[in-house]
Design a protein around this ligand. Structure first.
Ligand code: HEC
Ligand SMILES: [Cu+2]
Length: 409
């Protein structure tokens, strides 16, 4: 008898610690739980999730309580000769009906939320999102603005084998991009989701949107973001080697800032958005948000007043190294040695060391397995080419954005 009492105290103590920890975790939405998010839908989803969580807790308590009670009350020392019975229609009916009723009770609010999530009517802005191996393409359908969004150069450098860079030293490691998806707050935004190669999935937890991007199909999603800010997500469908390196960053801004950003984008200016630009430079001066008081330091849409003029060789080289390593290095390697015979070395290449015009056209148009890069900005192309023409012992002069712009015509 003494033994049992000591044992039970231990069991109860440990049980309390565990259930206390579990409850504490459940009550801290920021840490262990899914985010509450910044849309009506995301709050509803969170509420449904919590409702069902507590239903599960109640079922757990009842089922385990009954089980432990039975183990204790009908233990062998009390009932040396067990009862012999089989099948009980009453019990079977009860344990069929009760779960059925619980499921129906849970399904009613869940169905309501699902129906709301599917209703993409009356949207004020449409963005077509296309998944690629391994980046996203955003197309503001009625605005004529589109661009690719790829992993930020800092993360990309740090993730390379033996990069020697501590990932913890990179802000938002693997969760930052070069060009963010900028969206206005307070507007109903419809996303048209598809993919160009394999199945991807676009997932931003704070917006409670997550859906597969399937080649040949267009899936619909929508959101209405309430608060300006940065909302990060990832590709949520295993899509190949670099699945973990195609993050999503939504930058929600006030509608007037969005209009300015859009207008500048439309005139062909490459806008470094916040700290996310591949260039990482040019941002400061004309940035309307960072010029404001420093309360909300994170989001910032840069809207430069004028198109950047010629860049210095240093600027081109610095930006070029980023662009090269992000977009060209996978095939031509950081060393410029390529992976012959498929991907030629650029070190000593006639095109790289030849006339700039042919080099530019080659990059814009691509050739055989070399993809075209015309979707990049003039500045990014100029920088990448300047880098190729001056890295690895080359000395073939610099390329300015204006030369790239001229070659497009
Ligand atoms: C998907 C792999 C891939 C990527 C990414 C890639 N290239 Fe290439 N590149 C190739 C292949 C393949 C060739 C050879 C094309 C041919 O001549 O058939 C090539 C050829 C070249 C050449 C000509 C080399 C020579 O002397 O023949 C240059 C210059 C070049 N690429 C520059 C770039 C730049 C700049 C980027 C980034 C903006 C880039 N490449 C990204 C695959 C790639
Ligand atoms: Cu993907």
């Amino acid at each position: 008898m003494v033994k049992w009492k000591q044992g039970s105290r231990w069991v109860c103590g440990i049980g309390l610690i565990f259930s206390g920890a579990a409850l504490g975790a459940a009550y801290d939405p920021g840490h262990w739980n899914m985010p509450v998010g910044v849309t009506d839908i995301s709050r509803e989803v969170f509420a449904r999730h919590m409702l069902i969580f507590w239903v599960c807790v109640a079922i757990g308590v009842v089922v385990f309580g009954f089980m432990f009670y039975s183990v204790f009350a009908h233990r062998r020392s009390r009932h040396p000769r067990p009862a012999h019975f089989h099948e009980s229609t009453t019990v079977e009916i009860i344990w069929t009906i009760i779960p059925f009723v619980i499921l129906v009770i849970m399904a009613i609010p869940a169905a309501g939320t699902l129906i709301k999530m599917e209703d993409a009517r009356n949207s004020e802005l449409s963005v077509k999102i296309t998944g690629y191996q391994w980046k996203w393409h955003y197309d503001y359908v009625d605005q004529g603005v589109n661009f690719f969004s790829t992993l930020h150069a800092d993360s990309n450098r740090a993730r390379q084998l033996n990069s020697g860079i501590d990932p913890r030293s990179v802000p938002n490691y693997l969760l930052e991009v070069d060009h963010r998806l900028v969206l206005p707050v307070g507007k109903k935004i419809r996303f048209l989701l598809t993919a160009n190669d394999v199945i991807h999935a676009w997932w931003v937890p704070d917006l409670a949107v997550k859906k597969d991007a399937v080649p040949g199909f267009i899936n619909e999603l929508w959101t209405r973001i309430e608060r300006p800010g940065l909302y990060r997500g990832v590709c949520a469908e295993l899509c190949g080697r670099d699945h973990g390196f195609m993050p999503i960053v939504v930058e929600a801004v006030e509608p007037d800032v969005f209009e300015k950003w859009l207008a500048a984008k439309k005139t062909g200016q490459d806008l470094p958005v916040g700290r996310g630009s591949a260039a990482g430079t040019q941002v400061a001066a004309a940035d309307p948000v960072s010029a404001a008081p420093k309360e909300k330091p994170v989001p910032s849409v840069a809207v430069p007043a004028v198109k950047p003029a010629d860049l210095s060789k240093d600027e081109l080289m610095k930006q070029g190294e980023n662009v090269y390593n992000t977009l060209c290095g996978a095939c031509h390697q950081a060393t410029g040695q390529g992976l012959p015979p498929t991907f030629p070395a650029l070190v000593g290449s006639k095109i790289v060391n030849g006339p700039a015009e042919a080099h530019i056209r080659h990059t814009l148009k691509g050739k055989n397995l070399m993809p075209p890069f015309a979707h990049l900005s003039d500045a990014d192309i100029a920088a990448a080419l300047t880098y190729e023409r001056n890295a690895w012992g080359h000395d073939a002069g610099i390329v300015q954005p204006a030369a790239v712009a001229a070659a497009r015509k």
